[in-house]
Design a protein around this ligand. Structure first.
Ligand code: PFF
Length: 455
């Protein structure tokens, strides 16, 4: 607790909060993972399933984080200490740890997007897929990657260090409209490409047979993606909602955030696939560095592809920045609230730590996977699961009352929300956690131990 109580900062405007949450949600998850998942896992059929998860799992889970943040007006650690008892008091730590780990390597990947923006402007992209891949491997790890990881982290430190209103809110008010406008512009451009109609057919035609054959893997994939893309399970929405002072309609705000996130993910597919099909690149084989290898090679094949590619990668870098600031804010809000450190110092210290923790990921792709899988498939799901269990099973009256502040009597909607959270959301998260742990064990005993043996 601070000795001198400084009033907690708040968003200056409603749109500021919404833009910040949209900026957090729209990130690499939308641009890289989503279109490729849709393409690979049954086109429109997957899309329908994904939308169901967004509404039935993502929306209730987002409201849980919103009410906890606004009710406590605290960082995740402080928030859980306030509403939890016994061991629940420590759940907030998982969020801070998740934020720390995810951001350390996310910044490395964001560094690649900066590198690929510069690459287009300087030399253009290599059209040959094999050479493009070799180039990616060279650029993805090593000094170059570490330097750009530092540049990106510095940008995050500057924005978060400047505060909620003057830093984050100001930055997202510029970044989020830019992301939306450029994405729409690129999709219109992509519609004029010769491979567009073939691409739309691939992206949008439902293949129910693919779903029927693979539903056991598709279901958790759709659920996991719904959770990740909405920045849930990281404490971001708790933290952002903690700066909301007034009696805002949280359900409406959540619906707007979800709408934008889904729309951007969907429109990105309308860019990526026409580009790939026009260049004759196989969309079904994205591999780890999909946008940096197959998509970059496709840009290399197009007229003015260097420019379109640079605009595309530049937009991805902005989307990554507006997501990264939200995750850094989770950790910084904890340090500021609980450790009596001022915000700029907290941002520098946290950012410095993140830079150091990210160095292994910038050094070798296997280490990036080591961090990524652990945070994404285990920490994230575990934190999300525990919070939803605590709030929906043990604190439902408090949660409904908090959601009603700003909306009025919710009637049966309130019970429907809690009921969904208690059952479907919990079930989905448990399944995702078990699968995530199995996947991680497979990684540790497979690729990772091979890597260790080769050292
Ligand atoms: N919703 C984000 C995305 O789809 O990329 C998830 C995220 C990742 C948020 C990393 C913040 C972050 F630093």
């Amino acid at each position: 607790m601070s000795s001198v109580e400084v009033p907690r900062e708040q968003w200056a405007t409603r749109i500021g909060f919404i833009f910040a949450a949209v900026g957090s949600a729209v990130g690499l998850g939308n641009i890289w993972r989503f279109p490729f998942q849709v393409g690979q896992e049954g086109g429109a059929a997957f899309l329908v399933m994904y939308l169901m998860f967004i509404v039935a799992v993502g929306f209730p889970a987002m409201l849980v984080e919103f009410v906890v943040g606004r009710y406590t007006e605290r960082n995740p650690v402080g928030a859980l200490r306030e509403i939890g008892s016994g061991a629940w008091r420590y759940v907030g730590w998982i969020f801070v740890a998740t934020g720390f780990v995810i951001l350390s390597y996310y910044s490395v990947v964001a560094g690649w997007t900066i590198r690929y923006t510069i690459l287009g402007l300087q030399d253009g992209y290599i059209a040959d897929a094999g050479e493009a891949e070799a180039q990616f491997v060279t650029l993805a790890s090593g000094l170059d990657a570490i330097a750009l990881h530092a540049v990106f982290m510095l940008a995050v430190i500057v924005i978060v260090g400047a505060g909620i209103k003057r830093g984050i809110e100001l930055a997202v008010k510029v970044m989020v409209p830019a992301i939306i406008l450029i994405t729409i512009g690129l999709a219109i451009y992509a519609a004029t490409l010769e491979g567009a109609s073939e691409a739309y057919a691939y992206y949008l035609a439902p293949e129910w047979s693919v779903i029927a054959a693979n539903w056991t893997s598709i279901l958790p994939a759709a659920a996991g993606q719904a959770f990740f893309t909405l920045s849930l399970g990281m404490g971001v929405m708790i933290t952002y909602a903690s700066y909301l002072g007034e009696n805002r309609n949280l359900a409406e705000d959540g619906a707007i955030v979800i709408g934008f996130d889904t729309a951007i993910a969907f429109v990105t597919g309308l860019i990526v696939f026409p580009v790939l099909f026009t260049a004759g690149v196989d969309p079904a084989d994205p591999g780890a560095g999909a946008i940096f290898v197959s998509l970059a090679a496709a840009f290399g094949d197009l007229t003015l592809g260097w420019l379109i590619g640079a605009v595309f990668f530049g937009t991805v870098a902005i989307a990554a920045l507006s997501s990264a600031i939200s995750l850094m804010e989770v950790v910084v809000s904890y340090v500021v609230d609980e450790r009596d450190v001022n915000r700029p110092t907290a941002a520098v210290v946290v950012g410095g730590g993140l830079f150091v923790l990210g160095i292994p990921s910038a050094y070798d792709l296997v280490l990036l996977d080591l961090f990524d899988l652990f945070a994404d498939q285990i920490l994230l799901v575990l934190g999300g699961l525990l919070l939803v269990v605590l709030v929906s099973w043990f604190l439902s009256d408090l949660a409904i009352a908090e959601l009603e502040r700003g909306i009025g009597d919710l009637g049966w909607y309130g019970s429907a929300w809690i009921w969904l959270a208690r059952t479907l959301v919990v079930l989905v998260l448990i399944v995702a956690l078990v699968l995530g742990i199995l996947d991680y064990v497979e990684f540790l005993t497979g690729p990772f131990s091979e890597w260790l043996a080769d050292l």
